[in-house]
Design a protein around this ligand. Structure first.
Ligand SMILES: [Fe+2]
Length: 302
């Protein structure tokens, strides 16, 4: 899976371009929404096979601008789990952008978890530390919030360093003024009220405040195993935390699901597609306003 500049030229929009229609007249092409499909927490080794197959079928049949995989692609970080995950991802169309989760380090293998925690992930999936996608309508930056170990008992919680945040903002500043800007990582940067678990991201609130202040539109994460959309309580309140559910058997009060994220002008629509009663169906839908594109052009306001 490419981790950097996984662009697909034939997916780039030609907004407002005049195109021929059937006959001799010409019409103006209507810009389409930007569509992102977000898969998360598949946990190969504890995956829900029917839900995984349904998600793959949906991804294969649906046009999109970017496929995101927001971590915990394996259950225990076993070689066999990564082999399954890598082979499965290779069957899916792109472009793709992925980031590891806390389950993507070797659960058994303490020394490797300390010295080379993402070696297996990088062999099977792609670069772990960071990744990027850039098109005229969408800019995305992947930031690794997982750690092989930490100086605290629960190393599965997240961390985002100051330099990671600065890199994300620096990258997203280079996007066109019309592009939607998206940061992805595994752990939600701030706690979600009523969530089934915490993420306790070191540096998370500071990162979220800086990201929101820089005009980034979405912070897209996994980890909780339940889908959600929540405005971040910083800056103008128009940066949204978007979380996806799981495609594993590790449900936490919500059925297996993945997200379809659509950005149509200044409008955000997130649909959680759930696997329920042996069918895939829209389960929850969130709609929210985004900041105006021109006004949201980070780097031009500063
Ligand atoms: Fe997970």
């Amino acid at each position: 899976m490419p981790g950097r500049h996984a662009t697909s030229p034939n997916r780039h929009r030609c907004d407002e371009a005049a195109v021929p229609c059937s006959g001799t007249r010409w019409r103006r092409q209507i810009p389409k929404p930007v569509r992102i499909i977000q898969l998360s927490d598949i946990h190969f080794g504890a995956e829900d096979p029917a839900a995984v197959n349904a998600a793959a079928d949906y991804v294969t049949r649906t046009a999109f601008d970017l496929l995101l995989v927001t971590g915990d692609i394996t259950q225990l970080g076993h070689h066999g789990e990564f082999a399954l995950a890598g082979a499965w991802l290779a069957t899916l169309p792109g472009p793709k952008l992925a980031t590891p989760g806390n389950h993507d380090t070797p659960w058994f293998g303490f020394l490797e978890r300390i010295t080379a925690p993402f070696q297996r992930y990088e062999r099977a999936i792609g670069p772990a530390a960071q990744g990027e996608f850039m098109s005229p309508v969408l800019a995305a930056w992947a930031c690794n919030s997982a750690r092989g170990w930490q100086v605290r008992l629960n190393w599965s919680k997240g961390e985002v360093g100051r330099r990671q945040t600065e890199n994300a903002i620096r990258h997203l500043r280079t996007a066109s003024s019309e592009a939607a800007r998206v940061l992805i990582c595994h752990h939600p940067l701030v706690e979600l009220p009523g969530a089934p678990m915490t993420s306790r991201v070191r540096g998370g609130r500071q990162a979220a405040a800086q990201i929101a202040g820089a005009g980034v539109d979405l912070v897209v994460t996994g980890h909780l195993h339940v889908p959600f959309v929540q405005p971040l309580p910083f800056a103008d309140g128009l940066t949204y935390a978007v979380g996806a559910g799981t495609l594993s058997l590790r449900e936490r009060g919500a059925p297996p699901s993945f997200n379809v994220i659509e950005i149509d002008g200044d409008n955000l629509c997130v649909t959680a597609m759930a696997w329920k009663d042996q069918r895939l169906e829209p389960d929850q839908i969130w709609r929210a306003p985004l900041r105006a594109r021109a006004a949201g052009a980070i780097g031009r306001r500063r």
